[in-house]
Design a protein around this ligand. Structure first.
Ligand code: EPU
Length: 330
């Protein structure tokens, strides 16, 4: 839906709410790629009630809303984005509460909380369940939306419940049993994740820390973590013939049902290939790294080139895992 309200008109819609509003806000610094255009309106709500009202007003006014997490899996077009971008970076959304549901192991984290910090915090408290998330850059809300994970597990495996504000601003809490967590996707409806609680196990803090370290070192040895990228650009495709047998449950990349997109890109001879400042990593084929000042258009051109070459060499159609924000497309 296209907005007919001007950016300043949109910003005025929230003047009476507890929110911080930026207009024509650069988004590059909010993303791990570190490139891309501006948001017409970037809103930082201070509390749940203001966020709920904001969502309801945007819903009523046909103004598209996008949620900006830690920007770890996001590519913003050079032209920027329309509507409202919401960032849950005020303290109310970053809170982490232990004993959330009266049991020692449960922990509730706001959608804006940093996943890496949460993983370390759990290790310190001697709580395990989130260590498979070691080294995955994300906000808790973003990780839940994508069911972030890797070969060691996905965040959905540890979820106890998720609270979501629906587009009309109403609150809904989904127990884990009512959510289907698939490969980098969930069955959660449209809306903004507010918090997630996790069912964790008590464990020797040293053991948890050791596990976190091991998983992180594995990532570090196989992926270009020091460079600007957004992690894996493409989803791992299902193996040919696995469609019938494959279930959508779990993360699907330890079960043998999916093949590594990185390996397919590697086999297509694309490592090191570049367009402008965008380059296929020499370390892992599914990572595109960018030099400072790279245009998003160059990353998109490289993504198109990779898809074409992999289609030619393996007959497989790759889909992007990276979320791409373009004006008029929310
Ligand atoms: N491989 C190659 N060349 C490459 C990359 C990989 O031959 O350029 C081979 C590896 O040697 C290995 C196999 O492919 O035998 C699988 O590689 P890897 O263990 O790196 O796993 P992946 O399937 O490529 C997935 C996730 C990663 C996650 C890793 C490890 C996806 C799209 N990727 O990658 O997640 O970190 O497993 O758990 O599901 C992300 O989501 O952003 C991400 C990076």
């Amino acid at each position: 839906m296209t907005t007919i309200v001007s950016p300043s008109g949109t910003a005025a819609l929230f003047a009476d709410l507890a929110v911080r509003v930026e207009t024509d806000a650069p988004l590059a610094a909010h993303t791990w790629f570190g490139i891309g255009g501006r948001a017409d309106v970037l809103v930082h709500p201070m509390d749940d009630a203001s966020l709920a009202t904001l969502l309801r007003r945007c819903h009523q006014g046909g103004i598209p809303v996008r949620v900006l997490g830690s920007g770890a899996n996001l590519l913003v077009s050079d032209e920027g984005v329309d509507g409202v971008v919401v960032k849950l970076d005020e303290p109310a959304f970053r809170e982490v509460k232990a004993n959330a549901v009266g049991s020692l192991e449960a922990l509730r984290a706001g959608a804006g909380a940093d996943l890496a910090k949460l993983v370390n915090d759990c290790a310190r408290r001697g709580l395990d369940g989130l260590s498979p998330m070691a080294g995955i850059p994300a906000s808790v809300g973003g990780a839940i939306r994508m069911n972030a994970g890797g070969r060691f597990g996905s965040i959905g495996d540890a979820v106890h419940a998720v609270a979501l504000l629906e587009p009309d601003g109403s609150l809904k809490v989904f127990p884990a049993g009512e959510i289907r967590f698939g490969y980098r996707e969930t069955s959660l409806p449209a809306g903004v994740v507010l918090w997630a609680s996790f069912a964790l196990r008590e464990e020797d803090p040293l053991k948890v820390r050791e596990r976190v370290k091991e998983i992180f070192s594995h990532k570090k040895s196989t992926q270009p973590l020091a460079e600007h990228s957004a992690g894996c650009v493409f989803r791992n495709p299902r193996k040919v013939g696995a469609e019938g047998a494959a279930s959508n449950a779990g993360h699907g990349d330890t079960t043998g049902e999916r093949e590594s997109a990185g390996r397919l890109i590697d086999l297509a001879g694309l490592k090191g290939r570049s367009i402008g400042g965008a380059r296929v990593s020499d370390r892992h084929g599914n990572f595109v790294t960018v030099a400072p000042g790279t245009r998003t258009a160059d990353v998109e051109a490289l993504i198109r080139l990779i898809r074409e070459r992999v289609r030619e060499t393996s007959g497989i159609e790759l889909d992007t895992e990276v979320v791409i924000w373009r004006r008029g497309e929310a």
